[in-house]
Write a protein that binds this ligand. Structure first.
Ligand SMILES: [Zn+2]
Length: 620
């Protein structure tokens, strides 16, 4: 379901410092990594050449380590066995220790006047660890053990429901398909029981990682995460608030409309109009995307005739998983990108193997930081996976575009860019495009716009406040503003403030509800998804402007626009080699992230919602 798309970032592109590992030879290699500096005369600090040598050697070593790590992680993800799991855990500890060592080694370069590109690499090395361990004896191992426990508690979590044992991924399907509020509440509440026992581990993780961050010169881990955006950490937080301010009115109108529609269905007891919406009746375990509610909230007059059912079209035309991927490749080819390499087709996992357990969460991989790009999915022939394929391919094409950059620049301009590329392409899967490739016989008229926009908004607009608040919560946790005693109340304060939702029941004192969301126990930063939701529309609008589109924005498809594609590729080729505003400017002509493209795209829906909500009691 939805989390497949969100999870991907952990393994894709921006993964440089998230995913990697080491080999047995680490200790020996380490000896050669930084000897030049100590060879300097005692009174002279390191020179620019020393830093250059240090970085060059670090890049060579990390290149080797990341490749090996990718292989180990790929093996695990496509064949889950205790041996492969142990190998991944061991890798994690060794890598963290190595990264901490390299990051700490950069401290002696403070005050050396370096050329910008070299300074940038030093900064990336220093700030790029997601969860740093302090260099104290045993800390990296303790941290890795805690993180493995947290992660496995999540993925092996199960609930008992109607006499059966239900694993995590199927609880998500129950939240999507059940309609009875009592049963929804039961599944929702039981899934959160699992997280309670992880609170102590999480709190200890926060302590250790904060120590690691302070050792590297940051206030705390949140400060370190916010520092990765080519601007001051506080300025970045303010920037996310500014972007939220641009899209908040649209969200509030959507929330209000959904509340009233659910009230019609469930009545005042379940959906009182003067309160935030119950989190368990929005069709999703975390109330983060509301696509399953479409039938409850669809605009009047929306019918099968004037809306496009991509699931049925794919099935009707006999699409196979491979054909879906080929169709995605064909879109990129139409923009002038080279076809995917043979190894992509030979090595990717497209469908769920029958003879072994695998991680089905969709992800994109760049095994050797060069040519060996792959996706790993368990593709179902439906519209959601068709879009996810484009999302994942976006990572792969981005990775290939920046393959000639030095290792430390092989990443997205910032992590939001990486998540936005494929989604920007997927926005171009319009009815007109579907007709062009023979999927759809006839494009619905203007009456089909509102249903399509409502479907899109339930996914993309509903997601925005959630995408923002997960890290707002973690920033408060890492800064100490929230303590283990207030973790849960702080979480719900943000959920209410931004999303206008509330828990279905009073939460017990020992609850740890944020721990029920994959990215919290797995320490995957989340602001990237908020930024990607803004950027994908901004990229899309820039592309449509470049091809001279002057119709309603949401109907634009840039399929076949090779000239635009060339410019798009030029942005992608830059990787992380320069501050992201420079890279953004290359393609969009502007240096700021901007939510106004979202507003243009959804304008017809906004008009509709404002009219529907006219006499309603909105807000919460
Ligand atoms: Zn992704």
């Amino acid at each position: 379901m939805t989390s497949t798309k969100l999870l991907t970032g952990a393994l894709a592109g921006a993964s440089l410092l998230v995913l990697a590992a080491c080999e047995e030879k680490t200790e020996a290699v380490k000896e050669t990594a930084a000897p030049e500096v100590s060879a300097e005369p005692a009174d002279a600090g390191p020179t620019t050449d020393d830093v250059k040598t240090f970085i060059l050697e670090a890049e060579m070593e990390l290149d080797r380590m990341f490749t090996r790590s990718s292989e180990i992680n790929w093996q695990y993800a496509t064949d889950i066995t205790p041996e492969h799991e142990a190998a991944v855990a061991e890798d994690g500890a060794i890598l963290t220790a190595k990264m901490v060592e390299l990051a700490n080694a950069t401290k002696k370069f403070q005050g050396v006047d370096l050329p910008p590109a070299l300074q940038r690499k030093v900064n990336i090395l220093r700030g790029g660890i997601t969860i740093p361990a302090p260099s104290t004896e045993g800390a990296a191992v303790e941290l890795s053990n805690i993180n493995t426990r947290l992660s496995s508690a999540y993925s092996t979590g199960k609930i008992n429901f109607e006499g059966a044992e239900v694993p995590q991924n199927q609880t998500e399907l129950l939240m999507r398909d059940l309609k009875d509020p009592a049963k929804l509440e039961e599944v929702w509440t039981k899934w959160r029981e699992n997280a309670k026992v992880t609170k102590a581990d999480y709190a200890r993780m926060v302590e250790i990682a904060n120590e690691g961050a302070r050792e590297l010169g940051y206030k705390d881990v949140g400060d370190m995460w916010r520092s990765g955006y080519d601007m001051d950490a506080d300025a970045f937080a303010a920037e996310t608030d500014r972007l939220w301010g641009q899209v908040e009115p649209l969200y509030k109108n959507l929330q209000c409309h959904v509340k009233y529609k659910l009230n019609e269905q469930y009545g005042d007891d379940v959906v009182p109009l003067d309160k935030p919406i119950r989190a368990d009746i929005l069709g999703n375990m975390w109330a983060q995307q509301w696509g399953p509610l479409y039938d409850n909230v669809k605009p009047e007059g929306a019918s099968d005739e004037n809306s496009v059912d991509l699931d049925a079209l794919l099935e009707g035309k006999g699409y196979t998983p491979i054909k879906m991927v080929e169709t995605g490749e064909n879109f990129f080819s139409s923009l002038g990108f080279e076809p995917l390499p043979d190894t992509f087709w030979e090595r990717s996992q497209f469908v769920k193997p029958e003879d072994r357990e695998v991680v089905c969460h969709a992800s994109a991989w760049d095994i050797d930081n060069r040519e060996d790009i792959r996706i790993k999915m368990c593709i179902n022939v439906d519209g959601e996976d068709f879009r996810t394929i484009h999302h994942e391919l976006g990572h792969n094409y981005y990775q290939r575009a920046y393959k000639d950059q030095p290792l430390l620049f092989k990443s997205g301009a910032h992590d939001g860019f990486h998540e936005a590329i494929g989604d920007m392409i997927a926005l171009s899967i319009t009815p007109e495009y579907m007709k062009q490739i023979g999927l759809l016989e006839e494009v619905p008229g203007a009456e089909g716009d509102l249903p399509l926009l409502m479907q899109q908004a339930l996914e993309k607009i509903a997601f925005l406040p959630f995408g923002l608040l997960v890290d707002k919560w973690r920033w408060q946790v890492f800064s100490g503003e929230l303590t283990p005693d207030t973790y849960n109340d702080g979480w719900w304060a943000l959920r209410e403030q931004y999303q206008g939702i509330r828990p279905p029941n009073e939460r017990p004192a020992d609850a740890f509800d944020p721990g029920s969301k994959y990215h919290v126990p797995n320490n995957v930063p989340y602001t990237r998804y908020f930024l990607a939701h803004i950027l994908q529309f901004q990229f899309y609008k820039a592309a449509c402007d470049q091809i001279g589109w002057d119709g309603p924005l949401h109907r634009c498809s840039f399929y076949g626009a090779a000239e635009m594609g060339e410019k798009f590729n030029a942005m992608m080729e830059m990787g992380q080699s320069q501050p992201w505003p420079d890279t953004l400017e290359l393609f969009t002509g502007t240096r700021e992230m901007d939510g106004s493209a979202i507003i243009s795209y959804f304008q017809p829906l906004m008009d509709y919602l404002e009219e529907e909500n006219q006499d309603r009691q909105c807000g919460w």
